[in-house]
Design a protein around this ligand. Structure first.
Ligand code: AMP
Ligand code: MG
Length: 543
């Protein structure tokens, strides 16, 4: 199709991109169109135009997302692409808006939040009939920006771009990232909240997902007593994102909620499998389809410490630490249940779904641990204590979670071990996982070897070849994750104008489960200099 762009220069471009903007078409818009900060009542979204930027530069794009959207490589390298995904020029058919949502932040109702720095450009229906919303993060203020500027800095944009794609390749449900663009503008941020703001390079990520709807989109309507709007959004969500459930009715709302509970549990199970800590599990950051959304002060578990939180704002309470993630998901689902209660008018179906979350998660966790350990199936009689024993041992000394599980598959489990002490020379691959040699005392080794002895005896019950077991373990225990310090090194270089490490990480993280000769450095444990360095072990919300 030949199309005209929406900008004043009226340049003709070739594009086959078709937008079908169902969200704005079917849900009520804010009648006020002035882009000023305010409470938006009676609407699901406000129309808003991205801010112009001075000199955009494309730093990176994801070829997998390009394929999903049906874009051509040459389009991605064109000025049209650069201008569209920096917010400078709309493509024909785009109808940009910011969504209205609320949320519980750190356990308290926070009122209206909304897309304060996210602008949805439009929805593409691709050749496989998949619906994909394109959303710019950091493209300027919206009515929901409250006291902030609507912008994003390079460091947080690199983190979102790299991590969301890395998560996809790890098979973790997630929003995606199409592009990372430097705006050419400076953005002021007080990164350490110490009253010393700095000017930082601004950037925009174009995020892509079938839906960006959060628990908070429902909560805001219920908090305001806007039941008709709540119903409209729930019906829209069921028809668009859960069409297999059938036509909305009180029974279907309950089924829908049950499915949201399961999708959320699945997402958390994946986080626990790969050692991901979201860091800000507020209800406005919980996707209604169980996607990992809003990559802010997230972190990857280095030493296996269930109490670890990457978010400096969470340092006092550890509410969002690794080990709390399942409980917080449960808490957030209760908030969602309260929000959709007016649609059902009965507590029992919601309570049943909430109760089944715990059982579903537990079964899923056992299955996941069995896979991580290379067992054919979780057998409660033996494996409950096996898993419990391991989870008690891991935090005793600083143990790199990723390396430990990956290297567990290297142990020679086919030998006979009469006594746990026999195993000393054979546990060498696990030694790479330990951070502090002085912690590896004889007492510790004795405990580890006793556990390994039980583990190996348990593997023998499955009676299958070493390779078969290893082939099961490697695709669930990644070798490469976006270690906190790796992201920070890529940021440090990018802030000096060198984007090579972003590209290199992008490439390595495409195949997180494969051994990649020459790339072993990316699989090594955190170097000591990064132990306490901001950005590597502690992340501020400033972004
Ligand atoms: P977050 O903690 O990043 O999930 O953000 C919570 C709320 O603050 C959301 O409504 C965001 O849109 C908003 N927000 C975060 N950063 C900014 C910013 N720089 N400008 C405007 N709104 C923001
Ligand atoms: Mg958010």
């Amino acid at each position: 199709m030949k199309a005209k762009t929406n900008d004043a220069s009226d340049v003709e471009i070739r594009t086959d991109i078709k937008f079908d903007n169902r969200f704005v078409r079917e849900l009520p818009a804010d009648p006020e169109t002035e882009n000023k900060r305010r409470q938006v009542l009676g609407a699901a979204y406000s129309r808003v135009t991205p801010k112009q930027v001075s000199s955009p530069t494309l730093i990176a794009y994801s070829k997998e997302v390009v394929d999903i959207l049906g874009f051509s490589q040459s389009f991605c390298e064109s000025d049209t692409f650069l201008n569209a995904f920096s917010g400078n020029r709309l493509l024909p058919g785009m109808d940009p808006y910011a969504a209205c949502y609320g949320g519980h932040q750190f356990g308290n109702w926070a009122g209206q939040l909304g897309d304060g720095r996210a602008i949805n450009l439009g929805e593409i229906v691709n050749r496989q009939s998949g619906r994909w919303i394109l959303q710019l993060k950091g493209a300027g203020p919206t009515p929901y920006s409250r006291t902030a500027d609507g912008l994003a800095v390079l460091r947080s944009s690199i983190r979102e771009f790299l991590c969301s794609e890395a998560m996809f390749h790890l098979r973790v449900p997630t929003t995606r990232a199409l592009s990372l663009i430097l705006t050419g503008e400076k953005v002021e941020r007080d990164m350490f909240y110490d009253g010393r703001p700095k000017l930082e390079p601004g950037a925009i990520v174009c995020r892509v997902a079938p839906t960006f709807t959060r628990f908070g989109n429902f909560e805001i309507f219920t908090a305001r007593g806007a039941t008709a709007l709540l119903k409209q959004l729930a019906d829209y969500t069921i028809r668009t994102d859960f069409p297999h459930l059938g036509d909305p009715s009180p029974e279907i709302y309950a089924k829908w909620f049950d499915e949201v509970c399961k999708l959320t549990a699945d997402m958390i199970l994946h986080w626990m499998r790969v050692g991901f800590v979201h860091g800000v599990m507020n209800t406005d950051n919980m996707s209604i389809t169980g996607l990992t959304i809003d990559y802010g002060p997230y972190g990857w578990l280095e030493d296996y410490n269930p109490g670890w939180t990457p978010n400096t704002t969470d340092a006092a309470t550890h509410r969002y630490c690794f080990g709390n993630q399942p409980a917080i998901a449960h808490w957030n689902l209760v908030k969602l249940a309260n929000a959709i209660y007016p649609l059902i008018g009965k507590v029992e179906p919601l309570q049943d779904a909430i109760d089944s979350f715990g059982r579903y998660y537990e079964t899923g966790f056992n299955t996941m641990m069995a896979q991580k350990l290379g067992l054919t199936a979780f057998t409660p009689e033996t494996d409950e204590s096996l898993v419990k024993g391991l989870l008690e041992i891991l935090p005793l000394v600083e143990t790199d979670m990723t390396i430990f599980f990956r290297n567990l598959a290297l142990l020679n489990t086919e030998c006979e071990y009469a006594e746990p002490t026999d195993m000393k020379p054979l546990t060498q691959p696990l030694m790479d996982a330990f951070y502090i040699p002085s912690q590896i005392t004889d007492t510790y080794l004795e405990r580890l070897h006793t556990w390994l002895h039980t583990y190996i005896r348990r593997l023998k019950q499955d009676n299958r070849p070493f390779e078969e077991k290893q082939n099961q373990m490697n695709p669930v225990n990644p070798k490469y994750v976006l270690r906190n310090y790796l992201a920070q090194l890529a940021i440090d270089k990018a802030e000096k104008g060198d984007y090579s490490m972003i590209h290199e990480l992008q490439e390595v993280l495409r195949h997180p489960y494969e051994d990649q000769p020459g790339k072993e450095a990316f699989a090594e444990k955190r170097p000591d200099w990064a132990r306490k360095k901001p950005g590597c072990s502690m992340l501020s919300c400033s972004s």
